[in-house]
Design a protein around this ligand. Structure first.
Ligand code: FAD
Ligand code: MLT
Ligand code: ZN
Length: 483
């Protein structure tokens, strides 16, 4: 199947791109058969191995000008494209829906500028997040975003999804930290809005539209980001908690007692930790099992002072019986291993074959109720009975508690229509009733596109369509909003 509004790629098109990009390695050509299927497969298949496109041509431009020429040519020839960064997105937006050309940012990976006084970084869209952060670490700065896929995702992809991640609580959203964007519009026009200024109230702030647009209105080629000072002292604690109510109390206390040094407050339920241990087989940080766990990180400037603060916070929570058990990392190895208990969940959930993912924002008091209600619904429907034949392995909850962002995940042995029907629209209706968001940080992609109405009203969606049409009137571009 393909979208017949768009043209089929011909050998003539391929010749144009080969000439334009010069290098052999910049064009993966499955059209003329120059590249084998397995060379193209990684660009067609998403991280979860759930969404698969049928692209036959991958282009890797090395400059903004090349991106501009590619998009102009595609626009004029009605060739559909999809921008791709590290291909770690979790909603199927980074891979072709049909046979779109993949335009990858992997060769656009230069750091263009850094200001040691203000912390402003300007870099190509294809710089890997971890590479940017390591560059900044040497200068005493930190990238204001961190997430489990840091070793593969590109900063252009991060900005395009408005990724939230593990420290949004401390450093805020990319809508605040991204100072400028350079982007190529679908007709090839280069929009240079690479401002390095924190304050710039001169008309509409157009770059904001690109942050979280998921490639629907143009392709980001570079970003300018305000990076905070890297903290000298970073501590982490891992706590076991008996109930969700107590977890809420622990969060309230963390904000009160740890105040300005609190940099992460992450939630994990026992089910997510059980799966992590089953798959990884490593030693648990705490003795016994607890219904809930939280990971608390502090980032400050005085190691002794911060450790003492965190220790007395833990003592206080134990005395008040808000937490049942806890451990603080004593060295870098323990620090990493406690964080991997949280960051590693995503990977381990797919172990049995598949996972249904819901990334939601709900008022914090009701947040975990969604996991319990979903679990009960699947049990009542006979889809989760604890046996090896049952399609559902488990229903787990984890996420960025500090941002009221829950990840409800259903690990399954196989994708199953009955499970899907039990989950949808149930989950979306549940969220909508509480005025929550059906996509807190991952975006709509192909997975959530048709459910936008559960979180946005008609007027808002109507305006979004007008914006899309303004930037991309011929729609020779991956089209994610309902049309
Ligand atoms: P891709 O996956 O390649 O693309 C994502 C979307 O952006 C697609 O729609 C694509 O078309 C578009 N796009 C990519 N590059 C550009 C560009 N230059 N211009 C225009 N559009 C573009 N997300 C969170 O928010 N928080 C997390 O904590 C988090 N943790 C994760 C952990 C793991 C293990 C994994 C696999 C993913 C996680 N994610 C998280 C998902 C997150 O969306 C991505 O990891 C990341 O932000 C996407 O970057 P990418 O370069 O891989 O983009
Ligand atoms: C996370 O917080 O771990 C990511 O958003 C990925 C996921 O939802 O699994
Ligand atoms: Zn997340």
């Amino acid at each position: 199947k393909r979208d017949e509004r768009f043209a089929q790629i011909t050998n003539e098109h391929v010749d144009y791109f080969k000439q334009l990009l010069g290098k052999d390695s910049a064009v993966i050509d499955g059209v003329t058969g120059a590249a084998a299927e397995d060379e193209i497969e990684p660009f067609n298949l998403d991280w979860m191995r759930k969404y698969k496109g049928h692209c036959k041509l991958v282009l890797k431009p090395g400059s903004t000008e090349e991106v501009s020429k590619i998009l102009k040519y595609c626009n004029e020839n009605m060739l559909a494209v999809v921008p791709q960064g590290g291909n770690t997105g979790l909603v199927g937006g980074s891979v072709p829906v049909f046979d779109e050309i993949v335009v990858s940012t992997s060769r656009m990976n230069q750091i263009r500028f850094f200001d040691e006084v203000t912390g402003v970084l300007v870099a190509d869209a294809g710089v890997v997040l971890e590479v940017a952060d390591q560059f900044l670490a040497e200068k005493g700065y930190i990238f204001p975003l961190d997430l489990g896929a840091k070793g593969s995702c590109h900063i252009g992809g991060n900005v395009s999804t408005n990724a939230g991640g593990l420290r949004l609580l401390r450093y805020g959203s990319l809508h605040g930290t991204v100072l400028g964007v350079e982007a190529v519009l679908p007709d090839g026009t280069i929009l240079n809005d690479l401002s390095r200024l924190r304050k710039n109230n001169t008309g509409y702030d157009l770059k904001q539209l690109f942050i979280g647009a998921e490639g629907t209105i143009g392709m980001i080629t570079a970003v300018s980001v305000h990076c905070p000072q890297r903290s000298k002292a970073v501590n982490v604690a891992f706590l076991g908690v008996e109930s969700y109510d107590k977890l809420l109390q622990a969060f309230r206390e963390a904000k009160t007692q740890l105040g300005e040094i609190l940099s992460a407050f992450e939630l994990m339920d026992s089910q997510s930790q059980n799966i992590y241990h089953k798959v990884k087989g490593n030693t648990r940080p705490l003795d016994g099992e607890h219904p809930f766990y939280c990971l608390i990180e502090t980032s400050g400037s005085n190691s002794e002072h911060d450790s003492a603060k965190l220790e007395s916070f833990l003592e206080d929570l134990m005395t008040k019986e808000i937490v049942s058990d806890g451990v603080m990392a004593q060295d870098e190895t323990q620090f990493k291993s406690l964080w991997s208990q949280r960051e590693g969940i995503t990977e381990t959930l797919g172990h049995w074959g598949g996972v249904y993912k819901y990334d939601v924002s709900i008022p914090i008091k009701e947040m975990y109720q969604l996991v319990e209600d979903t679990r009960k619904r699947l049990e009542d429907a006979g889809l989760k009975d604890g046996t090896e034949e049952s399609p559902v392995v488990d229903v787990v909850g984890y996420g960025h508690m500090g941002d009221c962002n829950l990840h409800l995940n259903i690990a399954v042995r196989r994708y199953d229509k009955k499970v899907e029907e039990a989950l949808e629209p149930f989950v979306y209706e549940w969220i909508s009733k509480r005025n929550g968001s059906i996509s807190a940080e991952h975006g709509l992609g192909i997975a959530k596109k048709k459910y936008i109405g559960y979180s946005r009203n008609e007027t808002t969606v109507g305006l979004m369509k007008q914006i899309k049409n303004l930037y991309d009137p011929v729609s020779a571009y991956s089209f994610l909003l309902p049309h």
